[in-house]
Design a binder for this molecule. Structure first.
Ligand SMILES: Cc1cc2nc3c(=O)[nH]c(=O)nc-3n(C[C@H](O)[C@H](O)[C@H](O)COP(=O)(O)OP(=O)(O)OC[C@H]3O[C@@H](n4cnc5c(N)ncnc54)[C@H](O)[C@@H]3O)c2cc1C
Length: 462
């Protein structure tokens, strides 16, 4: 009897899963395995919101495998040790898994390959399970990766995607291999009260609804803060409960600007993955140094705390930070505004903001988070590194009536626009009746500080 292991990591689905299909092709039975590796938790994964979403995803994956006659095997320990142990217990012949291009994943794959070889097993690593286009498969003539999105997008758009794979009808799993109990969301403390539920079944329903209706207006409405008209599929893409390849096949860019704009966002996801794969250090150091002398936690302690708590006195910034705390998710326009505010307006090190986001975001992802932070800080791939987003202008443009602010900042729920965006301008008694802070910084002063700091840094670097 031939037995293969399918090692699930951040690809927690049965539809369009190349490792699962490949394993089933060559074997009489498979062992669908997920390893809770303490090293992954120690590397910053153990944020409660992501652990809770992961628990949902694992129980849904287990249910989907059971519906096909199988089940999920969950083990806890060092991933390499556990895969080898399960391989010995199951008398497995080979292991299939999805490619992952982070530096941690590369090291882990090398260790796993060597350990399996020593046991006489082969490891098969499948591309385009997590991304639509594999990092490194599209490169410019002169470099190992694209540093600018537009030319990357042109080449990315010309790639022929592989065909999506149906979910298998049956997944026979050998009886002899035991599993630990699946983690449960209810056992995880400090989860955001409004956190979305996870799992492939829900992700697929959400994607189908999105593709049937709202994607058609995505180009017009993706920046509409109160309208909340983006897909909210990011946690599913992060945990792989949805396949980017399958989503792209289901989208028809030729059907209009909505689907075309959405395809472009999925390309951004692949873009960041290929930057990080080629420059793993961009996870923690400047991709393009501007020689900033950022304010750190000691110097800017009070500003950082006000930003984290949503008490900066700028309503749109505070609304977005409170959305993050409540839902473990934030609208993209909110992410741009709050990141610009921390790095440019408060001139605080982008790593402090990125760490805070990763502690809460359910879709928190090293490539997307760190490189978007760097984009906004002007140390990344943005070709306009000194742009500063003005929270007032942006609030008036993307939340003109103030509905987004009123939803998340109840202290301001009695105010209408424009006062809801500038409560400090209210006449004395009206202002005094509201328990809401004054702005922690003057925007003009802050812009001067940022420009002077960047000019000084440029001078010092010469
Ligand atoms: C400071 C900052 C931090 C961010 N951190 C993360 C993160 O940790 N994880 C994450 O998935 N996204 C991150 N983003 C990107 C983006 O904000 C989210 O992907 C998006 O808001 C998720 O909501 P949605 O699924 O409704 O997106 P939609 O607008 O519906 O977009 C569809 C999908 O495209 C991808 N996408 C969209 N915008 C981007 C982008 N700028 N970069 C990369 N992929 C994108 C996502 O997978 C998203 O689910 C960050 C952006 C900023 C400015």
């Amino acid at each position: 009897m031939t037995i293969s292991i399918v090692l699930f990591t951040s690809d927690l689905r049965v539809h369009d899963h190349p490792p699962l299909r490949a394993a089933l092709r060559g074997a009489d039975a498979v062992v669908p395995l997920f390893v809770r590796d303490p090293a992954v938790d120690a590397a910053g994964f153990a944020a409660p919101n992501r652990l809770a979403f992961l628990a949902d995803c694992l129980s849904d994956l287990d249910a989907n495998l059971r519906a096909r006659g199988g089940r999920l095997i969950v083990r806890r320990g060092d991933l390499v040790d556990e895969v080898c142990r399960v391989a010995a217990e199951a008398h497995a012949d080979e292991v299939h898994m999805a490619a992952d291009h982070s530096s941690h994943a590369h090291r882990r794959e090398g260790r796993l390959r060597r350990a399996l070889q020593a046991q006489g097993l082969r490891l098969f690593v499948h591309e385009t399970v997590r991304t639509a286009v594999a990092p490194g498969s599209v490169t410019p003539a002169s470099s190992d990766h694209f540093a600018v999105f537009t030319p990357y997008f042109q080449r990315w758009s010309q790639q022929v995607l592989r065909e999506p794979l149906a979910a298998p009808r049956a997944v026979p799993v050998p009886d002899a291999v035991g599993s630990e109990a699946l983690p449960a969301r209810g056992d995880i403390a400090d989860v955001s009260p409004g956190l979305a539920e996870g799992g492939e079944s829900l992700g697929r329903r959400q994607a189908t609804d999105w593709l049937r209706t709202e994607v058609s207006t995505y180009d017009d409405r993706h920046d509409d803060l109160p309208g909340d008209a983006t897909s909210r599929l990011s946690p599913h893409l992060h945990f792989g409960t949805l396949s980017a390849v399958e989503l792209l096949h289901r989208l028809r860019p030729e059907h209009g600007p909505g689907p075309a704009a959405f395809v472009r966002q999925l390309a951004w996801r692949d873009f960041h993955q290929q930057v990080l794969a080629a420059r793993p250090s961009a996870a923690f150091s400047d991709y393009r140094s501007r020689h900033d002398a950022w304010r750190g936690t000691a110097e800017a302690h009070d500003d950082i705390e006000a930003w984290k708590q949503g008490r900066t006195g700028y309503p749109v910034i505070d609304a977005a930070m409170r959305q993050l705390a409540h839902e473990g998710w934030m609208h993209n326009r909110g992410r741009l505004l709050t990141a610009s505010f921390l790095t440019k307006t408060l001139y605080v090190d982008w790593r402090i903001g990125a760490r805070h986001f990763l502690s809460l975001l359910v879709d928190g992802d090293v490539a997307n988070n760190q490189l978007n932070w760097q984009w906004m800080a002007g140390t990344g791939t943005d070709t306009r590194p000194n742009r500063v987003l003005n929270p007032l202008t942006q609030a008036k443009r993307h939340d003109p009536d103030g509905d987004y602010v009123r939803r998340w900042v109840p202290e301001l729920e009695g105010l209408r626009a424009p006062a809801v965006h500038e409560p400090w301008k209210l006449p004395g008694l009206d202002r005094a009746a509201i328990d809401y802070p004054d702005p922690i910084v003057d925007l003009a002063d802050a812009r001067d500080r940022f420009q002077r700091s960047r000019e000084h840094a440029r001078g010092g670097a010469r």
